[in-house]
Design a protein around this ligand. Structure first.
Ligand code: GLC
Length: 428
């Protein structure tokens, strides 16, 4: 495949904007929830399978919406923060309209804090979303209104989920990474096949351990079974602490500016010390107090490309993995699992096990922007152009076969609209 390194065509940009607009119309949820007394106004991930508000989905939605409808973008984030808990935690799912979908909820594997709010986190890209919405919208005024809640959330990440003094945050169950069935977790979940039922068993194996002490955060971490410093989650955390530091600076809060820059620096250093693997030239997640490496080659091993300050020798090695046609350089890059890993499957498998091969738009958004930061606009444009091709071939789907762009998962999947942000960036 020749490199499609031209800026996306005007026709394609217009085509994409129309799709994005349509999806945020069709998937919009508005109303008032009697269980909390708040009104809501957000885009759900998919009408068919995910009618509720998910944390990282909403952040992607807000960034996409910042290009087409700033009011909706703001409403998305305000809705996300409405049920923030007293300790600063924000549930990864807010089941605003749960009572209408009780049957659907019974099919999910999710840990609950209350009937309507989950007890799980998701990758913390809230600061990036706030920045995008402020930047294209009301600027400082919006930042002033929303920042207190945002800060409380990052304080929760720090005080509850960074237990080992290395500045990295830990997830305590696989779905907290947003990468539910990634083959990275197979060993810890004792998964040996591709059946959905095995995943459910694995999820319970981890989460049932937490029930006797009522999911007390400290005790969950003390089990030291699934206490993972995930590379993607932490790259996102580091990037967002840096953005948060700048948001504080924009309000003249010099203490906040320093606090979050320092936290980013510590986590950044630990990522190098604990996760870099010089043998393979990849970053790997580490588990438990012992920081045991999980040596499975998935796209998250490439995520530190997002950080502009990784040293050249390391970014060159990551880049070589990206461009290796046996690993990540598919016709429609970037597959979620390396193509030469034994678990790689280009299509959906086992009753919808996800993140085991297909290409997703949110990971492309992160990785392509990382490539730009390392001087490879040509590759980022190629990824953007091929991603548009995926959508033109199969519609706006949840994920795509990296060989032939067949679409899988939910149709009209909202976070795939994050592609618009990448397309705008590579067009300028
Ligand atoms: C799936 C994804 C998760 C996402 C959710 C809603 O569970 O793995 O990352 O947030 O769907 O789209």
């Amino acid at each position: 495949m020749d490199l499609q390194s031209h800026a996306p065509t005007t026709e394609n940009v217009t085509w994409l904007k129309e799709r994005v607009r349509g999806i945020h119309e069709r998937n919009r949820q508005r109303g008032t929830a009697s269980w909390c007394g708040h009104s809501y106004d957000f885009t759900c991930p998919s009408h068919k399978t995910y009618p509720f508000q998910w944390f990282w989905d909403s952040c992607f939605h807000a960034i996409a919406l910042s290009h087409i409808d700033i009011k909706k973008a703001e409403a998305e984030l305000f809705s996300l923060l409405k049920n923030q808990h007293d300790d600063g935690f924000i549930s990864h799912v807010t089941f605003w309209q749960r009572d209408v979908y009780e049957e659907m909820v019974s099919t999910y594997d999710i840990a609950f804090r209350t009937k309507y709010l989950s007890d799980e986190m998701q990758p913390p890209l809230l600061a990036e979303a706030v920045h995008a919405v402020a930047h294209r919208g009301r600027g400082i005024e919006f930042i002033k209104e929303i920042l207190p809640g945002v800060i409380r959330f990052y304080e929760w990440c720090h005080s509850v989920r960074s237990p080992f003094g290395d500045g990295l945050i830990r997830v305590i169950q696989p779905d907290e990474t947003g990468l539910d069935h990634s083959p990275k977790w197979d060993e810890l979940m004792k998964i040996h096949d591709e059946e959905h039922i095995s995943f459910e068993r694995g999820w319970k194996l981890i989460c049932d351990q937490y029930l006797p002490f009522n999911r007390d955060p400290k005790k969950m971490i003390d089990t030291n079974y699934f206490v993972v410093a995930d590379v993607m989650v932490n790259v996102i955390y580091i990037e967002n602490l840096r953005v948060l530091s700048r948001l504080c600076a924009s309000l003249g809060d010099t203490e906040g500016e320093k606090r979050y820059a320092d936290r980013a620096a510590l986590a950044r250093k630990s990522l190098e010390d604990l996760c870099w693997d010089d043998l393979d030239g990849l970053y790997y997640d580490v588990n438990g107090k012992e920081n045991k490496k999980i040596r499975v080659n998935t796209f998250t091993s490439l995520m530190p490309l997002l950080l502009s300050d990784i040293d050249q020798a390391k970014s060159d090695r990551l880049m070589a993995h990206v461009l290796n046609p046996e690993e990540y350089w598919a016709t429609y890059p970037i597959p979620s699992t390396a193509m030469n890993h034994p678990t790689f499957r280009p299509n959906t498998v086992g009753g919808n096990l996800v993140w085991r091969g297909p290409t997703w738009m949110n990971s492309n958004w992160y990785l392509a922007r990382g490539l730009i930061r390392h001087g490879r606009m040509d590759l980022a444009r190629h990824i953007a152009n091929q991603s548009i091709e995926c959508m033109k071939t199969s519609g706006v789907r949840e994920y795509y076969n990296p060989n032939d762009a067949t679409g899988w998962g939910a149709p009209d999947f909202s976070w795939s609209t994050i592609l618009l942000d990448l397309v705008m960036e590579v067009s300028s």
